[in-house]
Design a protein around this ligand. Structure first.
Ligand code: KG4
Ligand code: ZN
Length: 355
């Protein structure tokens, strides 16, 4: 059963074909075209530029995904598309394209929750020419930590699409905190990889940054840490809180930047690992999935492996950031459990969709 997945929620245009056979998924193709380079000069995603880039990329990306998978339309059983959450203009491009293709080729259509789909990257366990896949399927009940530029959450799944949300961020997402810290340190967008690279050169014990306390023990909070990084950088150059953040990187030395990156990285990761370990102890899941853009972080992977008594499942880093394969994988399980089938004439975007 071959599923075409389409992703356009933020700045990546993604399309992929997965082939599901008895619950195992082979990844036949995965094509991602990113507009990140166009956003870099602005230090974050510009929605209008992202939407325009999706319009330009969507047809060639889908065609390449079909060609790479050696597929024609008659081979495709269903189409899955991200319906939300995300940027409205970006989502519209993917959803309208998927609706048109579903009508034109008479295929069932599935509207997929992007955040949920991040966990489904871990369910692609068959074969792939380009990615290292998990050796065995995740087992229920399972715990999923989803950490991305827009989301930070912990959920407990009894089965496919049957979950409770244990906690989520009360303010900023962890990826957002990486991106803001990168800006303060004068590092390029997206901030995660660049902060982590610089962190390797610094002393993670040099400063003590605050650990957020949340009312719900499984919630996260990253805005305090983000502000603490700003105040620390200002204090390090002997300025006070009204010194503009965009001028900080000129005044900080390379060593100060590396030490701040290292301390931020340690504190940001500690909260994720602590809460996942606590939830593991309370819920005793059979599998733990850690996914989303921030889970590409080697340091997070290392610390999570040490903290948990079972091996957590991390999708290949190339499948952690936004892509069509995770949407196709979620679409496969949605079609098997008859969840989320949409009318191609009516499927609407849901920019504020939550888990
Ligand atoms: O999942 P994703 O591609 O997009 C969203 O759905 O938001 O996540 C993007 C986020 C960005 O904030 C980026 O800085 C972060 O993932 N990221 C990382 C790493 N690679 C990407 N954060 C930490 N370490 C990394 N290696
Ligand atoms: Zn994402």
């Amino acid at each position: 059963m071959k599923i075409l997945g389409i992703e356009t929620s933020c700045d990546e245009t993604g399309a992929a074909v997965v082939d599901g056979i008895d619950g195992r998924l082979n990844l036949l193709s995965n094509v991602v075209s990113s507009s990140a380079d166009l956003h870099r000069q602005y230090g974050g995603v510009v929605p209008e530029i992202a939407a325009r880039s999706h319009i330009e990329a969507i047809n060639p990306v889908i065609l390449k995904a079909m060609t790479d998978a050696n597929c024609s339309w008659k081979d495709i059983t269903a189409i899955a598309v991200t319906k939300g959450p995300g940027l409205g203009g970006s989502l519209l491009v993917g959803v309208l394209t998927a609706r048109t293709l579903a009508i034109l080729h008479d295929k069932p259509l599935y509207g997929i929750n992007h955040v949920l789909a991040h966990a489904y990257a871990a369910f692609i366990t068959g074969s792939s020419n380009d990615y290292e896949l998990a050796g065995h399927p995740s087992e229920f009940p399972l715990l999923a930590l989803i950490v991305s530029g827009g989301h930070t959450l912990l959920a407990h799944f009894k089965d496919h699409f049957d979950y409770i949300l244990l906690g989520s961020t009360t303010d900023d997402a962890v990826g957002e905190a990486y991106d803001k810290t990168a800006k303060i340190l004068g590092l390029p967008y997206p901030g995660g990889p660049s902060v982590e690279k610089l962190a390797k050169k610094g002393n993670p014990e040099k400063y003590s940054l605050p650990k957020a306390k949340t009312k719900n023990k499984y919630d996260f909070s990253y805005s305090g840490l983000k502000t603490a990084v700003l105040r620390l950088a200002q204090a390090e150059i002997g300025e006070d809180y009204d010194f503009p953040s965009y001028k900080l990187s000129e005044r900080l030395s390379d060593l100060q930047k590396a030490d701040i990156a290292a301390c931020f990285n340690r504190t940001a990761i500690e909260a994720l690992v602590d809460k996942t370990r606590r939830a593991f102890e309370e819920y005793a899941p059979r599998s733990v999935i850690v996914s989303g853009g921030v889970s590409a972080s080697p340091e997070l992977r290392k610390q999570m492996k040490t903290a948990l008594p079972i091996q957590p499942i991390f999708p290949d880093p190339g499948l952690c950031t936004d892509n069509g394969a995770m949407i196709a994988a979620a679409g496969y399980f949605a079609s098997r459990s008859k969840t989320g089938r949409a009318d191609p004439k009516e499927l609407d975007i849901m920019p504020g969709l939550s888990l």
